[in-house]
Design a protein around this ligand. Structure first.
Ligand code: SAM
Length: 272
């Protein structure tokens, strides 16, 4: 553990040091001698070092320049390691990807305040990543993986599961982080597959999904009416055409149902 470092809450700095856990994360990501890995948030380099020991190439992005002395030591030790200082959400995709030769795996103990923006940047901008193995808050991981009809199932579950296969690989106790966060965490493995379903207009799909979950206690018809600003009659006829009961709620619809619902609404003249 690094001594005398001033941990910054605003950057979500909860560091790991347990070597068994770090090795397990690299194993969950299936890092082998010919893998290339992108880490987001190097911290003091605990996970970075395990990745550098096991992968062919490692690039790690870190926002906090105060960590440079620790990371410089690591760069001296591992010639297959590059550290880029900057905000992952603002860095040019090319600045990151020019360091790799083809596909790579994202492996990270994410700063929790920006978990969702990081994941959606990687997916929406079609980063050349084949999989994401990420430490996130346990409840967030459960929401991402939630199945249809459960209380955790929401817009983010549908949108992620429409373009990736997700599974929780381990639950991690908060006592394994320093400083210790308030909640437990989980490692989630996300295998990206943009072609998992044929979705013609992803933006329209996301709009329909978000509207459907926007008013949790309302029926799907009411949520669509309010969320999309459409006539009740139009929402009703779309749900009928989908062959669902008129009192159904958004959490009862599968990814396939949402794809179909988006098509029905688009062709009925609804601007999405
Ligand atoms: N990988 C280290 C570990 O496991 O011990 C640190 C993980 S810590 C949860 C998250 C790290 O992400 C911190 O070092 C933090 O400074 C960094 N970070 C926060 N926001 C960032 C951003 N926008 N871009 C890049 N790194 C960021």
């Amino acid at each position: 553990m690094i001594v005398g470092f001033n941990f910054k809450k605003k950057f979500g700095q909860n560091f790991l040091s347990d070597k068994n856990l770090l090795t397990s994360i690299a194993n969950d990501a299936q890092i082998t001698a010919d893998s290339q890995a992108l880490e987001i948030g190097a911290g003091a380099g605990a996970l970075t070092e395990v990745l550098a020991e096991n992968a062919k190439k490692v690039v790690s992005v870190e926002i906090d320049r105060d960590l440079k002395p620790y990371l410089d030591l690591l760069c001296d030790k591992y010639k297959n390691l590059n550290i880029i200082f900057g905000d992952f959400l603002k860095l040019d995709k090319e600045t990151i990807e020019q360091n790799f030769d083809g596909k790579y795996k994202v492996v990270a103990n994410l700063p929790y305040y920006i978990t969702t923006p990081i994941i959606f940047r990687l997916l929406d901008e079609h980063f050349n990543a084949e999989s994401l193995t990420l430490m996130v808050q346990k409840e967030v991981a459960e929401r991402f993986c939630a199945t249809v009809g459960t209380s955790d199932y929401g817009a983010v579950s549908v949108i992620l599961q429409s373009q990736a296969d997700l599974k929780i690989t381990r639950i991690v106790d908060k006592s394994l982080f320093y400083p210790r966060p308030n909640v437990d965490s989980a490692v989630i493995n996300i295998t990206i597959n943009h072609d998992k379903f044929k979705i013609d207009d992803r933006e329209a799909f996301a709009k329909v999904v978000k509207a459907s979950f926007g008013y949790r206690r309302k029926t799907l018809i009411n949520s669509l009416q309010l969320g999309l600003g459409i006539d009740k009659a139009l929402a009703e006829s779309a749900v009928k055409e989908l062959n669902k009961p008129l009192d159904i709620r958004g959490e009862r619809l599968s990814v396939e149902d949402y794809i179909e619902l988006t098509k029905i609404l688009s062709k009925s003249g609804c601007t999405l």
